[in-house]
Design a binder for this molecule. Sequence first.
Ligand code: AP5
Ligand code: MG
Length: 192
Amino acid sequence: MNNIVIMGLPAAGKGTLCQRLSQQYGFEHISTGEILRSEQAKGTKLGNMATRVIDSGGYMPDDIMIPMLKERVIASDNAVGFLFDGFPRTKEQAKHLHAFLFMRKQPIASVIFLDVKKNVAVERLLKRATIENRPDDTESAIVNRWNEYEQKTLPLIDYFSKLGLIETVDANGTTDHSHAQASVIIDRILKP
Ligand code: AP5
Ligand code: MG
């Protein structure tokens, strides 16, 4: 099994890339943002809490997100591996994921960092706002999402670099451009 973390600012293209890679290689795509949005749509207690947090651009608490992620991994029978999209987002989440997968003898094979400029990201988000109507694609929520990302998620680049796991993809171009670079990394990882 090969487990890959996909990191990057909001609108770096994590979800778009993961969908394509999961179809191409058979990975299971786990997007914690999507899990929370489906809880919101169902109107569960967790979903209602997520609405308050996500729509303002904040992060959900680690003590909710870490068990949620582990349960999802344990419940899966996928043999290729996971693409983690939007998890980990904090140092605590990163430490737990690293240790959890290590214990399962399925350690993280790579952390792909989708490196995008803020002005490129904001254009994509504002465009998506007109199409998908995601409540966190407003200007104030986008600013909060960036602040959360810079304070809590960006330090993970250093954390994973020290483990020798970071690989950077230039995510400022087309979806094909990001995909081509990520495919080279994954082909190398999957090579017997
Ligand atoms: P999440 O759903 O993960 O949102 P995000 O990180 O803000 O990222 P997005 O989904 O907006 O962007 P993306 O990088 O997936 O880009 P996409 O492919 O969609 O999380 C939402 C919220 O949930 C968080 O803010 C937090 O509150 C909570 N949450 C989730 N996980 C959590 C965790 N672990 N801990 C705590 N809280 C958590 O692309 C964006 C747009 O650009 C699309 O319209 C797409 O078509 C377009 N696009 C993509 N790539 C390209 C390209 N290369 N060229 C042109 N357009 C492109
Ligand atoms: Mg996404």
